[in-house]
Design a protein around this ligand. Sequence first.
Ligand code: AMP
Length: 453
Amino acid sequence: MLENINEKCAVVGIFGHKEASKLAYFSLHSLQHRGQEAAGISSSDGTKLHTIKDRGLVMRVFDEEKLATLSGNSAIGHTRYSTAGDDSILDAQPVFARYDLGEMSIVHNGNLTNAEEVRNKLIEKGAIFQTFMDTENLIHLIAKSSKDKLLDRIIDAVQRIEGAFSLVFLSRTKMFAMRDRHGFRPLSLGRLPNGGYIVASETCAFDLVGAEFIRDVEPGELLIFEEDKAPQSIKVYEPTPKHCIFEYVYFARPDSQVFGQSVYQTRKEMGKELARIAPVEADVVIPVPDGGVPSAIGYAQESGIPYEMGIMRNHYIGRTFIEPTQEMRDLKVKMKLSPMIDIIKGKRVVVIDDSIVRGTTSRRIIRMLKDAGATEVHMRVSSPPTTDPCFYGVDTPDKDKLIAANMTTDEICEYIEADSLAYLDEESLLRSVNSDMQEEKYCTACFTGKYIV
Ligand code: AMP
């Protein structure tokens, strides 16, 4: 099996700005939540591409000296998140290659569902791969295409891949941005303050560099950036939107506009819906930080129960989810979250989190709140039970590790030792995300098992 290396990443592209690599670097900082395992930037000075990538946080990978070597008016960047696979720097992005038309670099967010099939065919024809990344397939497809121009080769290549992809390509003189036909993963286009353009996984990157949001790259659309021209658009596929609903639930930053609406407001709405469908008598509403914060605010506003910060988060510890063993995960949860005893002692607490995946976090938190003197702990989750793994770019474990795939809500409640447990249902989630109830527009496979591709 090909490793799912391109999960949950962030991409950025800067075109037509004399400080391109610096802007890419700043953007990557604001996209760091989408991946902390590796980071990289390729820039073009018009004659040559320059690439730096390494394991670790953006802050660790780059310094002023390194950025100075990434010269040129265009740059693309990436942060990588992965659970499995080789930790080697080879698996960091951008993926760079020299080929018959020159040089190119690619960054990718998403997961290709036919990656193994494509790779096996390429290997049969003599291709040699250096990494486990499905993104490397694209390099080969482009290099082997019989078309004369890079643009046509890119179109040729993306027509052979399936699944979820938000891609940015950089050549010596051009940049290309492409989103799969379903628009699973976000990708937005903006205008830089002193000329030039930016594309990024989330609009929080635009705010940081002072860019103005223009619009989302459409599902199935390819944008071409060339010097002194407005971006050109080609419809490679008829769009059939299936945006990832989990971007709203957990993944995107609250200050981003994703798929046309505010992540923060959407999450708050989920909390309000949750208060309507699963009320409880309690003294205080507290979030599991940071994911549960906006929905806990919504729950508190709707229920009238006071909102408090009942749990402190230590921000200097990475995400607990990525640790391979249960023992390590337990330990990391303890290190990461600690109770505010003054807020909790003697109270009936409603604790809100965005999701329960394996159940480890909730079980640990509820025990912690009870140890801190809570008289009752009611768990409320601002998404439906996570019952099915994602093949389109969000990292979820196999079905046998998903607690909701293997236990009823009552059994989970007992397992996490809560006094009560309730989830948001699918209909309420869709209502919070989209008041028109256009459920057609969203992929909800992690909650429903209804896979599109
Ligand atoms: P668990 O302990 O496995 O039940 O994980 C639940 C916690 O992980 C919740 O607090 C979520 O905010 C968080 N979470 C949910 N999905 C993911 C994901 N794909 N990657 C990292 N963390 C996640």
